[in-house]
Design a protein around this ligand. Structure first.
Ligand SMILES: Nc1ncnc2c1ncn2[C@@H]1O[C@H](COP(=O)(O)OP(=O)(O)OP(=O)(O)O)[C@@H](O)[C@H]1O
Ligand SMILES: Nc1nc2c(ncn2[C@@H]2O[C@H](COP(=O)(O)O)[C@@H](O)[C@H]2O)c(=O)[nH]1
Length: 189
């Protein structure tokens, strides 16, 4: 049986990965979506096991120790990581899996799965990026500043990706990603 595709959507905080990812879920229900573990506090409305597996720092370090994570990164004061077993099982079963993760983690996945499809989501401009993080209303000014300073470094890592998709309009960004996935399925490997 052919293996499934590993599709990674990455890019700076606030660019719209979650928004585009959610819109893709409606358009591409056949994709399997990875749920990450994190030590950050849940935001209003977020559910354990749906948005994230919320962990204490000790629980997260235990997952690292037991090699349960495909990758992990410390991002703006918290740990984030992708549970390994679920990703590997999904691919082995011939199903595509979709990861929405930050840039350092994506590059670590690339080392382990060079055959994966790595998509960098870009904002129309840095000003628009800042407006989006601020507009979401979930971060303090200090965190916004921290995330923006990380964003500038992250944009310089775009060259390590296979595709760059501008998230100017959600619908257009989804169509671009959908086209990439269709093309990758047609690729002669
Ligand atoms: N194409 C778009 N046009 C305008 N606003 C957008 C667009 N895409 C996303 N947004 C808005 O930008 C904000 C940030 O989006 P989102 O939370 O999806 O970003 P993210 O990349 O997942 O962020 P983080 O990495 O911090 O989790 C949200 O308020 C969202 O509604
Ligand atoms: N390296 C990883 N990064 C991840 C993972 N899950 C989410 N993320 C990214 O973290 C930042 C911050 O997320 P937020 O929910 O606190 O705004 C964002 O870029 C996510 O994409 C993961 O498993 N590994």
């Amino acid at each position: 049986m052919a293996k499934g595709l590993l599709i990674v959507l990455s890019g700076p905080s606030g660019v719209g990965k979650g928004t585009v990812g959610n819109a893709l879920r409606k358009r591409l229900p056949e994709l399997t979506y990875s749920v990450s573990a994190t030590t950050r506090q849940p935001r209003q409305g977020e559910e354990n096991g749906v948005n994230y597996f919320f962990k204490t720092r000790e629980q997260f370090l235990d997952m690292i120790e037991k090699d349960e994570l495909l990758e992990y990164a410390e991002y703006v004061g918290n740990y984030y990581g992708t549970p390994r077993d679920f990703v590997e099982r999904t691919i082995e079963q011939g199903n595509d899996i979709f990861l929405e993760i930050e840039v350092q983690g994506a590059l670590k996945v690339r080392e382990k799965f060079p055959e994966g499809i790595f998509i960098f989501l870009l904002p129309p401009s840095l000003d628009e990026l800042k407006d989006r993080i601020r507009g979401r209303g979930t971060e303090t000014q200090a965190t916004i500043d921290h995330r923006m300073s990380v964003a500038v470094d992250e944009m310089n890592l775009m060259q390590h990706y296979d595709y760059a998709v501008v998230n100017d309009e959600i619908d257009l960004a989804c169509k671009r990603i959908e086209s990439i996935i269709i093309a990758e399925h047609c690729k002669i490997r």
